[in-house]
Write a protein that binds this ligand. Structure first.
Ligand code: NI
Length: 162
C-alpha cells in the first residue's frame, strides 16, 4: 500500500464526473488499498478516487473514532434521504478549511463492495454527511459550493468553540 497525492481545490479533475467500475482487478484493488491508506494518513473520514486523481466511482469512508472500520463503496447511489442536518464540514481536498453545510440527516446507499457484491447501507448524522459529501465528489461536486456563509480556517473555528 502507499499514500497517494491528494488533489486540492483548483485542480480541474475534481470537477469531473467519475466513471462506473466494471470489474475488480489488481489495479483497482490496489487503488482501494491506497485510498484507505491515504485517508487514514491524512486523518480524514472519507475519500473519493477522484481526489487521488482517478476518475472511478469508488469512495472509502470511516467515521469511527478508532479509524479501523472502513466502508468501501463502488458505484454507489443514494436510494433514500430523509431529514436535514446543518453542521461543519471539511474536505481533504480543501486543507485547513471548514464550512457549514446542510445535508440529509439519514441516507440509504446501494453500492458494490470490494468483491463487487451488492451492499445496502444506511447512516445517520456524520455517516449520512459522509455519504452525501463523498458521493458528490463522484459527480464533480465540491462542498465549498454548498457552504452557508463563508469558509472558515479550521484553527479559527476551534478558537470560536472555546
Ligand atoms: Ni471531500
Amino acid at each position: 500500500m502507499s499514500v497517494r497525492k491528494i488533489r486540492v481545490l483548483g485542480d480541474e479533475i475534481l470537477g469531473k464526473v467519475s466513471k462506473p467500475v466494471k470489474e475488480m482487478n489488481e489495479k483497482t484493488g490496489k487503488l482501494i488499498e491506497d485510498m484507505l491508506e491515504t485517508m487514514y494518513d491524512a486523518g480524514g473520514v472519507g475519500l473519493a478516487a477522484v481526489q487521488v486523481g482517478v476518475l472511478k466511482r469508488i469512495v472509502v469512508i470511516d467515521v469511527t473514532e478508532e479509524a479501523n472500520n472502513p466502508i468501501i463503496l463502488i458505484n454507489p447511489s443514494i436510494t433514500k434521504a430523509e431529514g436535514e442536518q446543518t453542521g461543519s464540514e471539511g474536505c481533504l481536498s480543501v486543507p485547513g478549511k471548514s464550512g457549514e453545510v446542510t445535508r440529509p440527516e439519514y441516507i440509504e446507499v446501494e453500492a458494490l463492495d470490494e468483491n463487487m457484491e451488492p451492499v445496502k447501507l444506511s447512516g445517520n448524522g456524520l455517516l449520512a454527511r459522509a455519504f452525501a459529501h463523498e458521493l458528490d465528489h463522484l459527480d464533480g461536486k465540491m462542498y465549498v459550493d454548498l457552504v452557508e456563509g463563508r469558509l472558515y480556517d479550521v484553527n479559527e473555528e476551534e478558537q470560536e468553540d472555546e
